[in-house]
Design a protein around this ligand. Structure first.
Ligand SMILES: O=C[C@H](O)[C@H](O)COP(=O)(O)O
Ligand SMILES: C=C(OP(=O)(O)O)C(=O)O
Length: 368
């Protein structure tokens, strides 16, 4: 890893001590690769472009009710080992092909983790899992993995957390998410208005659904805001607005919110705001109280409601990896980790996941 350069120079011209007025707490500045350079090194070929476009358009067709399948965003809580993620992707690609008549499967390939307080912030921020923060390496690994997963014919979904990151990877993403901790953020709502894919926006960790409805409305509008270009330069961006944003109910610290009353209330709030009445349910997080076994119960209950005719729920999210549960990462001791097991939230294992995907596919057929 390159050692970050200490700031030694004054940061602005003017009076002799002007440079001492800021940068008091910035201890290092080091170069960041440009999005253009990364894209040139790892370009999207025609086959991947087709997967991305199709992944996006099929999701939008489901959101708008032109396609009666369910969208299912499924995969690890976070990627910490690209090899294990790709192993998982190979299995999921085969399953997605098998069920494609009933389910539109998008793989969760999450590289940025919003923490409640502190913790490992994801593969882009710290790819070596040791606190060395080799961000340029993280961006490269992320882009390579997105290309590899897409090359299997599997569209990918990512959470967008840092407003600069999308320029490095968004061209390979078919579905995006704004998490519970940033749904209220104007910066993220503006970002959504620029993104080229459908974006799911979560209710708050405390259970406020209106914040996700408001974010969906704000993201659908045009905005002007500072951002970066593909060359990594600061620029003023003007956006047209994203009509494909939608609410994700993820439960909260107060408990689940996938029950019929919460879904009806959400659809009512969307209607009142002049927005399409559709939701995705996240079976994990507050809806499972972070218990992966409970995720299975949530999905099974939702499948029964879908089979009975529920149409407001257009998609589901599941956290799933090769091995069940989660493990604690000790920074610098990644070699001791169990292969294919989450180091963030607990995940369903592969066998349970395939059973639940079969159950959801059967529910879609019953609803027809
Ligand atoms: O999905 C992942 C986590 O729920 C989220 O990043 C918050 O995690 P934390 O509460 O462990 O920080
Ligand atoms: C961080 C996540 O979820 P939430 O924002 O709902 O906590 C996630 O889905 O990885």
């Amino acid at each position: 890893m390159t050692t970050p350069q200490l700031i030694t120079q004054k940061l602005s011209a003017g009076p002799a001590d002007a440079g001492t007025l800021d940068a008091h707490r910035t201890t290092a500045i080091s170069p960041l690769i440009s999005p253009a350079l990364l894209r040139e090194d790892h370009p999207v070929d025609a086959a991947v472009a087709k997967v991305v476009r199709q992944g996006r358009s099929e999701t939008v067709d489901i959101l708008d009710g032109r396609d009666d399948r369910l969208a299912v965003v499924v995969g690890p809580c976070s990627v910490h080992d690209p090899e294990a993620a790709l192993d998982y992707a190979r299995k999921l690609a085969a399953k997605a092909e098998e069920l494609r008549g009933d389910l539109h499967i998008v793989m969760r390939v999450y590289f940025e983790k919003p923490r409640t307080t502190l913790g490992w912030k994801g593969l882009i921020n710290d790819p070596d899992l040791d606190g060395t923060f080799a961000v340029n390496k993280g961006l490269r690994l992320a882009r390579e993995l997105l290309l590899d997963v897409s090359a299997l014919g599997l569209p990918v979904g990512c959470e967008f957390l840092d407003p600069i990151t999308p320029q490095f990877i968004a061209d390979i993403v078919s579905w995006g998410s704004i998490g519970a901790r940033t749904a209220a953020s104007q910066v993220h709502r503006q970002l959504c208005s620029a993104l080229s894919m459908p974006v799911g926006i979560k209710n708050s960790t405390e259970g406020d659904i209106q914040v996700a409805v408001d974010a969906t409305r704000a993201a659908a509008a045009s905005h002007v805001f500072p951002g970066i270009t593909i060359d990594g330069l600061a620029a003023l961006l003007t956006t047209s607005g994203n009509p494909d944003c939608h609410v994700i109910l993820r439960g909260s610290s107060a408990g689940p919110n996938y029950d019929p009353a919460s879904v009806t209330e959400t659809l009512g709030r969307l209607e009142k705001s002049g927005l399409p009445e559709r939701v995705i349910i996240d079976a994990s997080h507050g809806n499972s109280r972070k218990d992966h076994v409970r995720q299975g119960e949530v999905v099974t209950e939702l499948a029964a409601r879908i089979a009975e005719g529920e149409r407001g729920i257009v998609g589901l999210m599941m956290e799933s990896f090769l091995t069940a549960g989660r493990q604690e990462l000790v920074l610098g001791r990644a070699s001791e980790l169990t292969y294919g097991q989450s180091i963030t939230d607990a995940c369903l294992d592969w066998d349970s996941t395939t059973g639940l995907l079969d159950t959801l596919a059967a529910a879609v057929r019953a609803r027809r």
